[in-house]
Design a protein around this ligand. Sequence first.
Ligand SMILES: *Cc1c(COP(=O)(O)O)cnc(C)c1O
Length: 394
Amino acid sequence: MFSKPDEQGKYGIYGGKFAPEVLMTALTELELAFNQVNSDKSFKEDLSSILTTYAGRPTPLYYAKNLSEMCDSKIYLKREDLVHGGAHKLNNTLGQCLLAKYMGKNRIIAETGAGQHGVATAMAAAVFGMDCEVYMGTEDIERQKLNVFRMRLLGAKVNPVDSGSKTLKDAINESMRDWVTNVENTYYLIGSVVGPHPYPLIVREFQRVIGKETKEQILDAECRLPDAIIACVGGGSNALGIFYEFLEDQEVELIGVEAAGKGLETGDHGASICAGTEGVLHGMYSKLLQDEYGQIKQSYSFAPGLDYPGVGPELANLAAVGRVKMDCVTDKATLSAFVSLSKKEGIIPALESAHAVHYAIEEAKRRAKDTLIVVNVSGRGDKDTFIVEKELGE
Ligand SMILES: *Cc1c(COP(=O)(O)O)cnc(C)c1O
């Protein structure tokens, strides 16, 4: 097996548990509870049922005929944009809310940057009848008013965080503080394959469903495995989710695409693996964007979900050992793929996903005719139309 963490939660040199002493007990309790439910039949049935009837799984694997003709290859799209809420994030929030319920905790807390994880958490908490509080920087609240309204509509309480840079990293600090204080009845729900062990493992397990379905679907459609699978990488959850089932299939190339933003040379990007260095952030040792003194640098991408200065440890390790190939795509190149997929297939992808779509189009041109490629369309782009309208100057 490529990717089993050791007892300290490390994947190669990455991962681990870098948390204050007071949280160690909570993390251990979480790990035990997760191991228990992960082999529990009734938990699996409950999760599978809610994923089917509420989230809309399985999502289709769609053969993108027009896009394929355009680049002389066979491109399939895994339609996570069709999951309830418009992205893969709900796979994880439903899984973790159900885990919290099994642990007897009825209060969910989360932090959010752009608000997408906050909304997915609020949905899952609502459907399971749990209390939900989301920490969000006041700067982000100002920029993402619509998501704040959505969270409130879904019954969540949004707690503004006015310290530091008033963005995601300050919201994370506040969530940690809350968790330490209220760990008796509170579950802290992390939104990607990041954070201290066991979070990267838990989130990957809940996102694995993407790859499991994809494998069955591509074998049904083509009677063989794809030549390449391509996914965008913010924290790494949609990428690991679709990659994991194929790790042992050496003939399948796995490619993760980070945000090159305005270009790596400008420093305005979100490419933690392609351009980052090793360090500790959010309780994990991983690849990060930081200066020579270890101060975290501001990440940048016009895709809100890729605007994060770190990446999950398991993915960092898979890249380091060469099983996953990493590359990055700029805002500008992404914009062209966003438009192409909309025009060619009638699918408006999330700006995050459009990074992977762009890479797929270029990869198809580089490879032999009829190369079989699967792209993970992690979300839909309705949320991004304002950004794109401004970028296109229309
Ligand atoms: C949040 C988000 C991402 C980035 O998160 P990962 O954990 O890297 O998957 C990508 N796409 C969409 C649509 C998102 O909402």
